[in-house]
Design a protein around this ligand. Structure first.
Ligand SMILES: Cc1ncc(COP(=O)(O)O)c(C=O)c1O
Length: 321
């Protein structure tokens, strides 16, 4: 019997994305008292000055701080962002017309897709992709077209730089119905930082076919040497520590150039989910390309050193068995 309480028709088929995988694996991790290196959250507090400013905004004398602000973004905030990004992209960004503040990247991705995609529009999604691009496209009535990054090494990737876009494969995905392409740079989950030539190739195709590029750059400040714009340099030792730990324990880590996730090839490793939680990246591939990710799991290394040390201890205990 149908019920009025069911999910709306236009949302059917979008229920299963990584949020559910994360919820499921988070639950599994809790039930098994596993060390959670799967989900992408830090296990330490934000910097004290950020906490102090937030507390003072809430407890200070300016009652307007608890009221509505300008809907498109607080004037001081949009000004700061315009001043930060204008020199980076080489032209003046109008803070009042070209900057929008949203509740997280999810919020702005949702609004972007709802605001731009018509039913039947095709949207190219580069795989592996951040979970929400596919359901957001479908909810807007768009049709996802997937183009995978492919490993250029015959013995499997060792660095996220080994994942490349095939120019012909990408070009073939563009047609008269294409409205937009999603790129995620640095990429979650593989950590690839797109090279200038790759971005130029995408830009050229976008201009040729009059296609919008939705560029999700949430990890733009987390880029490791020798790539550019290193802003959070202290993360690199964490990345290297986890990569070494995985390699020492029979996995083959794909060393990311940016972001804070790391894929590891577990095909030669008997994987036990009991005490160490990670995320299988099937959720980052379309149905037809899931085989490209089936050997991997995704670990998150934005964790305290003690947490990574505990992971080492778990591996040591397994190895002793
Ligand atoms: C590539 C990417 N885009 C967007 C988001 C969502 O960001 P937010 O938490 O700001 O909504 C994430 C979070 O993991 C992400 O990895």
């Amino acid at each position: 019997m149908t019920t009025a309480h069911g999910i709306a028709d236009r949302l059917k088929g979008t229920e299963k994305n990584i949020c559910l995988v994360s919820v499921e694996f988070g639950k599994l991790a809790t039930e098994n008292k596993a060390l959670n290196l799967g989900q992408g959250f830090p296990d330490f507090k934000p910097p004290q000055h950020v906490i102090d400013e937030m507390v003072s905004a809430v407890t200070g004398d300016n009652h307007l701080m608890s009221q509505y602000t300008r809907s498109f973004g607080h004037p001081r905030l949009v000004d700061v962002l315009s001043n930060l990004y204008s020199p980076m992209i080489g032209h003046k960004i109008d803070p009042n017309h070209e900057v929008t503040i949203s509740v997280g990247a999810y919020g702005v991705l949702f609004c972007t897709v709802q605001g731009l995609i018509n039913p039947g529009d095709e949207v190219i999604i580069i795989e592996p992709f951040f979970d929400c691009y596919e359901p957001m496209t479908k909810v807007a009535g768009g049709v996802p077209r997937f183009v995978p990054l492919r490993s250029t090494k015959t013995d499997g990737p060792a660095s996220s730089a080994d994942f490349k876009l095939d120019k012909d494969e990408l070009a073939k995905a563009f047609n008269s119905k294409t409205k937009a392409i999603f790129i995620n740079n640095p990429n979650n989950p593989c950590g690839k930082v797109f090279q200038r030539e790759e971005l130029e190739m995408i830009a050229e195709l976008c201009m040729k076919h009059d296609v919008l590029c939705i560029s999700d750059e949430v990890y733009e400040w987390l880029i490791y040497e020798p790539n550019k714009h290193i802003k959070i340099a202290e993360l690199k030792p964490k990345r290297d520590k986890l990569a070494k730990l995985l390699a020492d324990n029979g996995m083959k880590p794909i060393v990311p150039e940016g972001g804070y996730f790391m894929l590891a090839d577990i095909s030669k490793f008997i994987y036990q989910m009991m005490k160490l939680a990670a995320i299988p990246p099937s959720a980052f591939y379309s149905k037809d390309h899931k085989n490209l990710g089936e050997n991997f799991v995704r670990f998150c290394f934005i964790k305290k050193d003690e947490t990574l040390d505990k992971a080492a201890e778990i591996f040591n205990n397994w190895n002793k068995k």
